[in-house]
Design a protein around this ligand. Structure first.
Ligand code: GUN
Length: 288
């Protein structure tokens, strides 16, 4: 079997186009322009790239982008004061504080200071609780993007066996909740899971989000499984030469899977597209 390639780049471009149309209607019919504030503390190179891309795509979708870059020495109190200002600003409908934060800051405290209605990351404890209890919530962007790709590929997910590898708050846990919400039988596996290949072999759906390059190999998969690779790992291929690879060994997995997301060009582009969609959702809910 040779797997179908799930093209996240094309799918995400479709979402962004629909977001842009929605933004145009909001402006023409209601005089409102959705605004997204992104806060970056410190100079982490990967975070700088993400934040730049978020800002560019926010503007391309016709929305307002507010970027706040703070030095790594900023105090937690100053960051909390900025969050409060953004909470109170009616032009700001979505707030994202880029993680990780410097070590002297309590990330939970900062995230939970964001107005839950503006928490477009879906990381606020109130949104986490709402998602876990099946209430309307802001949903974290990466797992939301994965769910969209799965629904597009498989239609109803009801009754399917899903294995999520990785238990992070950003991807693994909310992914498990979303799959449960779509009536999958969900296993949330992690670094301590015993006989992981055997666990993965049961799955109709595999979501890999562990940050270990090429960990999942084709012999772990049930033939025809749908594989969503959330990993973005930069590996050195030769001295001074690097390449992005996922958590799944693409070549061996593609021989067994029914469908698979590539890295890059799979889940990655979906995250920003879902962030823009969440910002429009937050704006519409604020408008009433
Ligand atoms: N760092 C890595 N991924 C994310 C994300 O989805 N949101 C935020 N705020 N920070 C991140």
């Amino acid at each position: 079997m040779t797997a179908a390639i799930i093209d996240g780049k094309v799918f995400a471009a479709g979402i962004r186009a629909r977001v842009a149309e929605h933004v145009t209607r909001l402006r023409q019919e209601h005089g409102i322009t959705p605004g997204l504030a992104v806060v970056l503390v410190g100079e982490d190179p990967a975070s700088q790239v993400y934040v730049r891309n978020k800002g560019r795509m926010t503007v391309e979708a016709g929305m307002q982008s507010f970027e706040h870059r703070l030095s790594a020495e900023t105090s937690e109190a100053d960051l909390l004061a900025l969050v409060q200002r953004l909470n109170a600003d009616p032009a700001v409908h979505g707030i994202l504080v880029q993680l990780p934060l410097p070590g002297h800051m309590n990330a939970d405290l900062v995230i939970n200071a964001i107005d839950p209605a503006k928490d477009v990351d879906g990381f606020h404890i109130s949104n986490v609780g709402r998602l876990g209890t099946g209430q309307k919530a802001m949903v974290p962007c990466t797992p939301l993007g994965c769910l969209m790709l799965l629904r597009d590929r498989l239609g109803s997910l009801s009754g399917l066996d899903a294995v999520v590898i990785g238990r992070s708050n950003i991807v693994g846990k909310p992914m498990a909740q979303l799959l449960l919400g779509d009536s999958c039988t969900v296993t949330l596996a992690h670094s301590r899971t015993r006989d992981l290949p055997q666990v993965v072999r049961r799955a109709d759906i595999v979501v890999a989000a562990v940050g270990r390059p090429g960990m999942v190999t084709g012999d772990w998969l049930k033939p025809g499984a749908t594989v969503i690779d959330v990993g973005i790992n930069r590996i050195e291929t030769a001295p001074g030469e690097t390449r992005l690879v996922g958590d799944c060994d693409f070549d061996s997995c593609a021989k067994v899977a029914g469908a698979i997301t590539p890295v890059p060009g799979g889940v990655g582009p979906m995250t920003i597209a879902c962030l823009l969609a969440n910002t429009v959702t937050a704006c519409c809910r604020a408008k009433g």
